[in-house]
Design a protein around this ligand. Structure first.
Ligand SMILES: *Cc1c(COP(=O)(O)O)cnc(C)c1O
Length: 409
């Protein structure tokens, strides 16, 4: 990997791309292949492919143990996990969620005709601002779903307090937060239930997959029925249900990943530290921090780009990186409230979501994970540093492109 020394070497100015293969955010973390293959052989020999097979049972047990939570119900994905948990908790009417989240949090409500009410975030944490949550409660409100964005836990205690005082159900979308802790307790133990994602891009993956975790025995029973068509035994359906089951091959992947979990964290933490060192002196490009007293999976290397200080907007920095085949990403942009059907439901939502809009315009997520090397990170940071140090020239380039664009009307 060659380090770029001068601005003329940037791909936007005709230099060679940094990488011939794209460097992605969220390339899957894969554990020991031979372990996975051995499990697949076992599974095929057993001819038990799904329906609470031995791998799913073992995976549920291991996840519950790791999180110190009573029940783990494995699911086909987190979106269905959210939908089922929402229904099992009896949420209805309106539910307060952040707009700064993956759209599935909102869709899981809207899909069952519950209205997501978008609440602004605290710009310091990127998570729900409890003071704003309280202002949005109406007689129709039945619950709150917090999201632990980047694996940094929400303001859990204030949200528990608000939910208690207003008699609301409280859930967390913990899709980012597997193996993260809050005040020494693992995420998974808060609210009535928390929902994990094991999608291929997440810290731990089962190809597609998710889980609902809870310490509530009754809720556990209900969710187990709901995720299996409501079957309580042969020929006996006691509930309205759906198919939310995790398959054996997914659980085999999950068990294999669990064996390498510490390696995944170590690589992610090393990458994060390297980005932090390399970007320390770049004005206006600030990595978000993780509480050193808590566990985190370091799956997300997230910078806030302050265009005033860097001289370069987040979007132009992304364009500069994409030209190099470095596929840095905006996240949760432009916010759920600017996506359909919510944009049409709430055309004026942005006025109440000013921190969301600001953060969604500044966040830059950088390639990391076990597929990215320290040398690649050095080279990526060099490009960011060159672009910011020469912001006027970079802006000139993009201004010219904008002028040459044919008018859109
Ligand atoms: C990934 C993600 C989901 C959806 O997870 P799936 O397993 O893909 O359904 C939901 N919420 C958040 C915050 C996510 O990041």
């Amino acid at each position: 990997m060659t380090l770029k020394e001068s601005i003329s070497q940037l791909a936007i100015f005709g230099g060679p791309r940094l990488s011939s293969t794209p460097l992605h955010v969220g390339r899957p973390n894969i554990g020991r292949k031979e372990q996975f293959m051995r499990r697949v052989e076992d599974m095929l020999d057993r001819r038990w492919l799904t329906n609470a097979g031995p791998f799913v049972q073992e995976f549920e047990k291991k996840v519950a143990e790791l999180l110190g939570v009573k029940h783990c119900i494995a699911m086909c994905n987190a979106t269905v996990g959210l939908e089922i948990a929402i229904r099992a908790l009896g949420m209805k009417g309106e539910v307060i969620i952040p707009s700064f989240t993956f759209v599935a949090t909102a869709h899981a409500l809207q899909w069952q005709e519950i209205m997501p009410v978008f609440c602004d975030i605290d710009p310091k944490t990127h998570n729900l601002d409890p003071a704003q949550v309280e202002k949005l409660i109406t007689p129709r409100t039945s619950g709150i779903i917090g999201v632990h964005v980047w694996g940094r836990p929400c303001a859990v205690d204030p949200l528990i307090d608000i939910a208690k005082r207003h008699n609301l159900k409280l859930m967390f979308d913990a899709a980012h937060a597997f193996a993260c802790s809050h005040k020494g307790a693992m995420v998974g133990n808060f609210g009535h239930a928390e929902v994990l994602s094991f999608h291929a891009t997440k810290f731990l993956n089962t190809f597609e997959g998710g889980a609902v975790v809870t310490n509530d025995d009754d809720l556990n029973k209900k969710i187990r029925l709901m995720k299996n068509f409501g079957f309580a035994g042969y020929d006996n359906v006691v509930y309205l249900g759906v198919n939310g089951k995790m398959s054996e091959v997914s659980a085999a992947m999950g068990l294999t990943g669990l064996e390498s979990l510490n390696d995944f964290v170590a690589v992610n933490q090393r990458n994060y530290g390297h980005y932090r060192d390399e970007l320390k002196s770049v004005p206006g490009v600030q990595l978000i921090s993780y509480d050193p007293n808590e566990k985190n999976n370091f799956q997300y290397v997230v910078a806030e780009v302050d265009g005033q200080k860097s001289g370069l907007t987040r979007d132009r920095l992304i364009q500069t990186l994409h030209a190099e085949n470095v596929l840095a990403r905006k996240y949760f942009f432009p916010g759920c409230h600017r996506m359909e059907p919510y944009r049409s439901h709430f055309p004026h939502a942005s006025q109440l979501l000013q921190n969301t809009e600001k953060i969604a315009s500044q966040v830059l997520v950088l390639p990391t994970g076990t597929a990215v090397s320290v040398e690649e990170i050095t080279a990526i940071c060099r490009i960011i540093r060159l672009a910011v140090a020469n912001a006027p020239k970079v802006n000139e380039h993009f201004d010219k492109l904008d002028r040459e664009k044919p008018p859109t009307h």
